[in-house]
Design a protein around this ligand. Structure first.
Ligand code: HEM
Length: 343
């Protein structure tokens, strides 16, 4: 059976990467391969027929090995280390994590649009989404890395940036898979798919259902708010969630439970929770202790950082791969930190 006929026997309900003639998965195995990506947003008009006819398909070739991606990891990690003065010495780690989440968080399960696959954040509609204010700093930071490794797709670069930042900030190892393919500008999702921080638990639960996340996963994902801070100029909120703004830990849950929180109207007119120590929580953060189902997991993670790390890895991997169907034999790469390489 030819590779193409093998490909078109598949049912398409996800963004899929299909292997061609006799090639083996590269990432993990280190063997050259090619793939097709089919996108099923306009089911019927574009799908099997379009693939068979070879129209409208983005074809990418990739001959990269895990070592090549480790080089990209190292370039990002070294740049984070060198440019440590950013945002009053918080550094670029947190903004890179937020960038990876926001480019993935546009995913819509109903039509498999948005998400990390197409790297559409590079287009102005997505970059200028009011929810993405401040993320241009992460994008600019990654510019020279893209120049150094021009073969990497935007979606791969943004997600690898988040993975690198988490690991370099002492977070857990996050196995990562390559294979996202740059899509054209007309695939850019409309603004308005990212969450509103002023809302309650019901909203948060409903919002994350759109991306297939349950309560445990939502609480685990939000633990990333131990990192970085809110900025008046970006979101109208102000302040950090805790003390260690560039260390990935379970501090967020500990602070949610142990600080004395007061609801205030801030100088930009937004309602936020403030503590005596100068920490803040968004209404959507506070939802995690107001809702008993969420609270259970907050308590678990506050008491057990290992459990948090384990669940975060699963949830974050799912977030950055939502809507993408990788060929089964593409294995994830686990990167070494700079410290582990004595760099
Ligand atoms: C209900 C869901 C969420 C809401 C409403 C929300 C909202 C926000 C807001 C308002 C900011 C401040 C932006 C600024 O002013 O610069 C922020 C920052 C941040 N968020 Fe979230 N977020 C959510 C989920 C997540 C998730 C799932 C992650 C990662 C897994 C994440 C990671 C971050 C990080 C690391 C920052 C700090 C960025 C920096 O320091 O520049 N957030 N978030």
């Amino acid at each position: 059976m030819s590779a193409m006929s093998a490909t078109i026997t598949k049912t398409f309900n996800k963004k899929s990467l299909y292997l061609l003639s006799g090639a083996t998965a590269a990432v993990g195995a280190g063997v050259a391969f090619k793939w097709y990506q089919n996108d099923n947003r306009n089911k019927g008009s574009k799908g099997l027929g379009a693939l068979a006819a070879g129209t409208g398909m983005h074809i990418a070739q990739c001959q990269k090995k895990p070592e090549d991606y480790q080089k990209v990891y190292n370039a990002i990690a070294l740049k984070i280390r060198e440019e440590d003065e950013y945002d009053n010495y918080i550094g670029y780690g947190p903004v890179l994590v937020r960038l990876a989440w926001h480019i993935s968080g546009t995913w819509e399960k109903n039509d498999n649009s948005g998400g990390s696959f197409g790297g559409t954040y590079r287009f102005k509609k997505e970059m200028n989404d009011p929810s993405n204010k401040g993320l241009q700093n992460g994008f600019k930071f990654l510019g020279p890395v893209l120049e150094q490794f021009p073969w990497i797709s935007h979606g791969d670069l943004y997600t690898l940036g988040g993975v690198t930042a988490i690991q370099e900030m002492q977070g857990p190892k996050i196995p990562w898979r390559a294979g996202r393919v740059d899509e054209p500008e007309d695939k850019t999702p409309d603004n308005g798919r990212l969450p509103d921080a002023s809302r309650d638990a019901d909203y948060v639960r409903k919002f994350y259902t759109r991306m297939n996340f349950g309560d445990r996963e939502v609480v685990a994902l939000l633990g990333a708010h131990a990192l970085g801070k809110t900025h008046y100029k970006n979101s109208g909120f102000e302040g950090p969630w805790g003390a260690a703004t560039n260390v990935f830990s379970n501090e967020y849950y500990v602070n949610l439970l142990n600080e004395h929180w007061k609801l205030n109207k801030n100088e930009a007119g937004q309602m936020q929770y403030d503590s005596d120590k100068g920490y803040m929580m968004l209404p959507t953060d506070m939802a995690l202790i107001q809702d008993p189902k969420y609270l259970k997991f907050v308590k678990e993670y506050a008491n057990n950082q290992d459990a948090f790390f384990k669940d975060f890895v699963k949830a974050f991997s799912k977030l950055i791969e939502n809507g993408i169907e990788f060929p089964k034999d593409i294995k994830a790469t686990t990167f070494k930190t700079l410290d582990e390489q004595d760099m």
